[in-house]
Design a protein around this ligand. Structure first.
Ligand SMILES: Cc1cc2nc3c(=O)[nH]c(=O)nc-3n(C[C@H](O)[C@H](O)[C@H](O)COP(=O)(O)O)c2cc1C
Length: 191
């Protein structure tokens, strides 16, 4: 199973980086698999640590894909990095193994500290729709335009029926990004 989370890392100067990742579990360990090149990969290899934030605030997912800052950070408890100030749960991780690969290495991370901050309210379809669109946005150059637009159209149903303010805002950022990407692609074709 893959779980969509927010990974926070720091670079050599202590500058934080916030990115959505799909992680999996191997026993108690967390596996993070970044496609190269990746700032998250570079940061984890340099600092040997990361924080896995479990969040139902889909603005954080959409913001990372649209170059926005939509979250505040707090110092982690046991490591040098940061966690999302507002999340359901955060888990501080230490790198214990790197399984190298030319395209997508696997980082095996050991849990060294975990804390729950809020209760999970239950599944929300609009949140799932925002996550789906965020995944599509992260693959805009690779996927056919018709597929992206058709899926976005279908996901809109869950947004219309079940979204709150945060989901509507996150959705609008991603939809804008999709339209911007195709407008720029059209311009490039005309040049
Ligand atoms: C829900 C979700 C899950 C993602 N999972 C991964 C992943 O497992 N590996 C990956 O390389 N990128 C993943 N991405 C894309 C990254 O968030 C990001 O766009 C980029 O590829 C990683 O770049 P960075 O480390 O330079 O920030 C995911 C994006 C979303 C929205």
């Amino acid at each position: 199973m893959i779980f969509e989370v927010i990974i926070t890392t720091i670079n050599a100067d202590g500058i934080p980086h916030v990115t959505p990742f799909g992680v999996s579990y191997e026993g108690e360990n967390v596996l993070i698999s970044p496609y190269k090149p990746s700032t998250t990969l570079d940061n984890i290899l340099a600092s040997k640590e990361a924080v896995m934030n479990i969040s139902d605030d889909v603005r954080v997912f959409a913001a990372a894909l649209t170059n926005r800052q939509a979250c505040s950070l707090k110092q982690a408890n046991k490591i040098k990095g940061f966690r999302l100030a507002d999340c359901l749960q955060h888990v501080e991780l230490a790198l214990i193994e790197k399984r190298d690969d030319a395209v997508r290495p696997q980082l095996v991370m050991k849990k060294i500290y975990a804390e729950c901050h809020r209760y999970f309210n239950g599944f929300n379809r609009a949140q799932a729709a925002v996550i789906e669109l965020a995944v599509l946005v992260s693959r805009l150059p690779m996927l056919p335009r018709d597929k992206i637009l058709a899926e976005m159209h279908y996901l809109q149903i869950a947004i219309d029926r079940t979204a709150g303010e945060n989901e509507l805002l996150a959705w609008s950022w991603l939809v804008d990004k999709v339209h911007q990407f195709y407008a720029q692609a059209q311009n490039r074709e005309q040049i």
